[in-house]
Design a binder for this molecule. Structure first.
Ligand code: URP
Ligand code: ZN
Ligand code: ZN
Length: 549
């Protein structure tokens, strides 16, 4: 007879996205077995006392970059410290990003990230995969990632020129392919060309501090890019998810697109909900640089509450963190030039507390909406529901026992992340993790960890999430183009004069031609003129030796 791993969470209030109710939760072998009152459980079952506490699904952080290689350095929180810290904050799953560079096989990129994560993760995780170039191989491998590797989300970058940034044709092809194979497209909506030019301009003007980072990327740039990718995705009826919605303007673009019927979701992050861009003007360089991320936090201090209200109203659906941490000595790579400051901030540990404090404690979100935006909606969009994101029989026992009345003060001195700075320093938050349970095992309790590197599991995700694709598939039928039935034209037809070949152009505004990994170029579909003039080798045959953001 095998010994079963049994746990009873007793006397708490279960809070799901749809309702709250008093109930005990009985767990066997990592799965929630019963939810109800006066449960009969086998002798020897360990009991966790949750009286006076909330028992809710563990958080799902939709957006992290653990140990990301970046600008000659590497994010300091790796898959071990980052996921351990997540558990302390009540998050039991992260979705990180595999970022294959231009010319690299997407599957190789995915495997590289998975090999980094598997031996280190303390909580469950999944991977979004970036599309940074286009070819038949990329298209084929996207399908293989979906069917064989459990990936159902692909990321496009409209920033990081020459590195990850893609042009219109690549975005178009990625959206086209994604909706064929049941995936969702994620987008970092900025404009790498404009950012590049504006940054150079500011440095020339002597603006070399972190405030230059914010000045070079005003919110109209984010909003215009958001509108642009919404337009492209909508041509293909491709579901779209805008990561790190940082501004009112960008959120408004998403609301308008949703009102027009586009299938588009928006993800604000803990940083954008908990603090603002006035920090870039702080007199202390370390403090200002510690907030540098892209798109930047916005100087308008009413932005965080505005975004929180959209989460409350359902116009925005999920919350992530973009956790990508660099300690002060790493940020100092840009001490004389803001363009050299590695972009990234913390959040994976504090997201739940910050959203509770700024949302629930302020009466903007109710506790059920809190659960919706911190776990359930993510589970639905990325097709993990009801395995994740709900406390119900049959679901994974990823649970946080949460004390809504306790407070804690966030500080880099006491947090569990490796980074030496915390953008929420000094914030007093109601809402404290008492105990975190991951797949039925207590992994964090009263400030102590009982988890080892590698205890987390990769969570494969199926394509065609109902939550997303139900509407996409109906729209596919409803929006099918229909030709007009008419009698053929039988009159005279003008005879064209012989065309001269187009003269060579010096500048091509839409760089859309891409190359395969073997260096053969794939013809642009935009115009014959673009084909003649825009061929550019983006990566050498064999690719680059490492990611250089
Ligand atoms: O500043 C940020 N966001 N760093 C991480 C890279 C990205 O943009 O995803
Ligand atoms: Zn990004
Ligand atoms: Zn990111």
């Amino acid at each position: 007879m095998t010994t079963r791993n049994r746990l009873l969470v007793k006397g708490g209030k279960v809070v799901n996205a749809d309702r709250s109710f008093d109930a005990d939760v009985y767990i066997e072998d990592g799965i929630i077995s019963q939810v109800g009152k006066n449960l009969t459980v086998p002798g020897g079952t360990r009991t966790i006392d949750a009286s006076g506490k909330i028992v809710m699904p563990g958080g799902i952080d939709t957006h992290t970059h653990m140990q990301l290689p970046y600008m000659g350095t590497c994010a300091i929180d790796d898959f071990y410290t980052g996921t351990k810290a997540a558990l302390a904050g009540g998050t039991t799953m992260i979705i990180d990003f595999a970022l294959p560079f231009k010319g690299e096989s997407p599957i190789d990129g995915f495997n590289k990230w998975k090999n980094w994560a598997d031996p280190k993760v303390c909580c469950d995780y999944a991977l979004h995969v970036a599309v940074s170039w286009w070819s038949q191989k990329v298209s084929d491998e996207m399908e293989e990632l979906v069917t064989k590797h459990g990936v159902n989300s692909f990321k496009l970058y409209m920033a990081y020129k020459d590195l990850l940034m893609v042009g219109d044709l690549e975005m178009y092809e990625t959206c086209k392919r994604s909706q064929e194979i049941g995936a969702i497209v994620l987008c970092h909506a900025e404009n790498g060309e404009i950012i590049d030019q504006e940054s150079k301009k500011l440095v020339k003007l002597g603006i070399t501090g972190p405030e230059g980072h914010a000045m070079s990327r005003p919110e109209e740039v984010e909003a215009a890019a958001t509108a642009h990718i919404c337009m492209i995705a909508n041509q293909l009826n491709c579901p779209l998810y805008i990561v790190h919605v940082m501004s009112k303007s960008s959120a408004k673009v998403i609301i308008e697109a949703r009102n027009r019927g586009n299938v588009v979701y928006g993800e604000p992050i803990a940083a954008g909900l908990g603090t603002d861009g006035t920090n870039y003007w702080h007199k202390c360089w370390r403090h200002a640089a510690g907030h540098v991320m892209g798109p930047p936090l916005r100087p308008d201090p009413t932005t965080p509450e505005y975004l929180m209200r959209l989460l409350a109203g359902g116009q925005l659906e999920c919350t992530g963190t973009d956790n990508c941490t660099f300690s002060t000595h790493q940020k100092a790579l840009g001490k004389d030039d803001f363009t050299q400051i590695p972009n990234g901030i913390n959040g994976v540990e504090d997201r739940m507390s910050v959203i509770w404090e700024k949302g629930v404690a302020k009466g903007i979100l109710d506790e059920n909406r809190f659960v919706a935006v911190t776990s359930t909606n993510a589970a639905k969009i990325f097709n993990m529901y009801p395995q994740k994101g709900v406390i119900a029989p049959g679901s994974d026992a990823d649970i946080v026992v949460w004390d809504p009345n306790a407070t804690r003060t966030i500080s880099a001195k006491t947090h569990h992340q490796a980074v030496d700075f915390n953008i929420f320093e000094g914030m007093v938050c109601h809402g404290v993790t008492v105990c975190t349970i991951s797949r039925g095992k207590v992994v964090y309790e009263d400030g102590r960890f009982t988890v080892s590197a590698g205890d987390g599991k990769y969570v494969p995700r199926k394509p065609f999430s109902n939550y997303v694709y139900d509407r996409v598939l109906k729209r596919r039928e409803a929006l099918k183009p229909v030709p007009v039935e008419r009698e053929p034209y039988t009159g005279a037809v003008y005879k064209r004069k012989e065309e001269k070949p187009a003269p060579p152009a010096s500048v091509n505004m839409h760089h859309t031609t891409s190359i395969s990994s073997a260096g053969q170029h794939i013809e642009s579909k935009l115009s014959p003129r673009a084909q003649n003039t825009s061929t550019k080798v983006l990566a050498p045959p064999g690719g680059r030796s490492q990611i250089q953001f």
